[in-house]
Write a protein that binds this ligand. Sequence first.
Ligand SMILES: C[S@@+](CC[C@H](N)C(=O)[O-])C[C@H]1O[C@@H](n2cnc3c(N)ncnc32)[C@H](O)[C@@H]1O
Length: 286
Amino acid sequence: MSPETFQSLATLLKKRSGLILTADKGYLVESRLSPVAQRHGLPHLEALITALNRGNEALAAAVTEAMTTNETSFFRDGKPFESFRKEVLPQIVERNAASRTLRVWSAAASTGQEAYSLAMLLSEEQTRLSGWRIEIVGTDISEAALKQARAGVFSHFEVQRGLPAAMLVKYFEKVDGSWHAASRLRSMVSFRSFNLLDNLSPLGAFDAIFCRNVLIYFDVETKAQVLAAIARRMNDRGVLFLGGAETVLGISDQFEPVPGSRGLYRVAGLPGTVAPKPASAASCAA
Ligand SMILES: C[S@@+](CC[C@H](N)C(=O)[O-])C[C@H]1O[C@@H](n2cnc3c(N)ncnc32)[C@H](O)[C@@H]1O
């Protein structure tokens, strides 16, 4: 693939999704886009670029889709879910006692494991949440990932990653070798196609937002843009969970870390919250 072809693809991808293609990703581009070219009857990636330059929208969507990384698992990294259950949920229950509503957003939901993990976690809190209207919204740019998320069907390999056996048995049914999420879980979650770079206001406001392991694929400018859009989707005193390799520090001053809870952020400067000690971006950007 010529440097010009690579550059054209990188420009298209960043514009459509924010995803950054660094120069070392040539192998990735070849391996993921050659099948796309083939499916569209194009002999090589240069022909694919020519077709893209002619404004082939379906092809541009297929290229973007193919370049997303949909890696995820149930209860990924464990801690954020613990922290949501132990620290965040009690506060929401207190704050929303009158409305008895709880809205959580799994932004960049991929194939749905994060949203279903939250649904299981909240189902386990029946005593506290009896009579509450719970809504877990999962969004992603990848239609293929969303299709699986909506179906709520997972392979044996997928359920083996992070899902405790007791929960598998309680919330999933085995049908023809795959695991189907129970209807009571599926009624708590909904999945919608959304690009984080687009207007997110139709989604409404959330008490907690999980935006994990997607900002890592963006440049600083795009991270800041997405964080600003997320801040606008926060309910008063809502919280934001980022992935273990992600931070707001040095990128956005709209959020501040919640002291003592790694990966957990709140809108900065709200009255009654004590601002955490400033930390350098370098020391927190692990
Ligand atoms: C690595 S997965 C993370 C899944 C889940 N949040 C987790 O932590 O396990 C990243 C997801 O971000 C999605 N994504 C990438 N760019 C996006 C964008 N601009 N808007 C919405 N989703 C995007 C990809 O399709 C992919 O499913």
